[in-house]
Design a binder for this molecule. Sequence first.
Ligand code: NAD
Ligand code: DAU
Length: 336
Amino acid sequence: MFEPRNIIVTGGCGFIGSNFVHYVVDNHPGVHVTVLDKLTYAGSPANIAGLPADRVELVVGDICDAALLDELVPGHDAIVHYAAESHNDNSIADPEPFLRTNVEGTFRLLEAVRKHGIRYHHVSTDEVYGDLALDDPARFTEETPYHPSSPYSSTKASSDMLVRAWTRTYGLRTTISNCSNNYGPYQHVEKFIPRQITNIIDGERPKLYGRGENVRDWIHTEDHSSAVWAILTRGRVGETYLIGADGERNNITVLRMILEAMGKDPDDFDWVRDRPGHDRRYAIDSTKLRRELGWEPRHTDFAEGLRQAIAWYVDNEDWWHPAKAATEARYKAQGQ
Ligand code: NAD
Ligand code: DAU
């Protein structure tokens, strides 16, 4: 078992990274976290505000900055790498930042890990496997061939390949996890669930792409955090683990659950232009993670998780409202 004391969490001011920082602070008292985050439009220090200063330090910087990494990495025993450009629609509109942060950024981190010899966990996505047909009973496993469809997912697939190559060639101590769609607090209003909740709060109609049939495999972000911790500390070095909580639902079902929970009519939404190349279905088989590491999700009641997410956005309008108008203006320009 690996017992980290002093970890770097890249992207720790974003949605899933900040939830992981909260998880570590709440559950692992002996661990200090250095957050390395560039604070792009998707990152905010507010996401980790109020955490004890002797447990969490924020370093504002770019994962592509090799000199900064060389200064920062010594004294730490692991990097947990969340930082990324994460939104598919943005990657379709402007792919370049995705190449830089997701591919070059991962390369820089791997080079720092190679030089300083520390443990590395790479946070990735189920989208590297492409999509499944709606009527296909199959689910993704660790053996599914890579087949990414979007600029975003192709850069994440590239980053996974770099990790595998650096591990085999240079003997780095790494693990990779590929997780399905997360929901929970601190998720940016550009993403599906927060966009619809905040539209309703703002008196706007939710927006559904295509025919609403696309399926996503939802997991609460706290369950993602507990899985990453299990893999970091007990996973086998050199291995990949898929993370999922058996949460498959199509988009129109999720949207109608949100509408119902917020007291709206089930048809009170707009159909909008579909995403180009829109992946049909993702589905995770997380047997390996469950069998080997004994991991189980705690948030198994999706309706209850959605109600909690809705309550969070209702209670935290100050957090999301500043980003809302610009996000919707971008979508409107794309016909979405
Ligand atoms: P996010 O967009 O909410 O946050 C990304 C964070 O990375 C932000 O804080 C941002 O400021 C930071 N960042 C971006 N570029 C940077 C750079 N060059 N240097 C330093 N920091 C930088 O993303 P998220 O949804 O929290 O996703 C986090 C990770 O989890 C990503 O690697 C993503 O691919 C992966 N993932 C996400 C999901 C999901 O459902 N959102 C599912 C599986 C895997
Ligand atoms: O599967 C993991 C991935 O999940 C992560 O790697 C990505 O970082 C994360 O953004 C997410 O990708 P998706 O593209 O699945 O998530 P998004 O929230 O953008 O969209 C979810 C589904 O909802 C998708 O089928 C598109 C649809 N959608 C999205 C928006 C924003 C709508 O129908 N309407 C919308 O307004």
